[in-house]
Design a protein around this ligand. Structure first.
Ligand code: CO
Length: 135
């Protein structure tokens, strides 16, 4: 089942400066924020909690990162919406029956969670991520 919006992700060229901007907007304490590196996506990520959801800031750590390509094309901006599921396998099978395509198979994303993206050409050009959160 899809449970909620887990996070909304923004691609940025400068993580520290974007972090300060959004931390100020949200009035969030610095100690509530986690920064981590996700080698599989070649990005540094900061999560800023807002109630039950989060804003994720993504900065590429290499020129061949998918986020580098996004920034070259679009500049800073909204990158994806992540939906939380309690059963990745069930949701990806359900998606397949709707003739929607995932970009590859689920892999380990931030926090070691299983994630997969849906093809944006089939989702109104909004990149949608499924992230598994087992209860
Ligand atoms: Co994400």
């Amino acid at each position: 089942m899809i449970k909620k919006i887990d996070h909304i992700a923004i691609a940025v060229q400068n993580l520290e400066s974007a972090l300060e901007t959004f931390r100020n907007i949200l009035g969030c304490a610095p100690e509530a924020i986690t920064i981590e590196e996700v080698p599989s996506e070649k990005v540094r990520i900061a999560f800023i909690p807002i109630g039950e959801t989060k804003i994720e800031l993504l900065q590429p750590i290499s020129d061949d990162s998918p986020i580098s390509k996004f920034l070259q094309k679009n500049g800073d901006g909204m990158h994806h919406i992540a939906l939380e599921t309690d059963d990745m396998q069930k949701e990806t099978s359900r998606i397949a029956t709707l003739n929607l395509t995932t970009l590859g198979s689920p892999k380990k994303g931030a926090g070691g969670k299983s994630i997969v993206f849906l093809h944006p050409k089939e989702t109104n050009r909004v990149l949608v991520e499924f992230t598994e959160h087992q209860s």
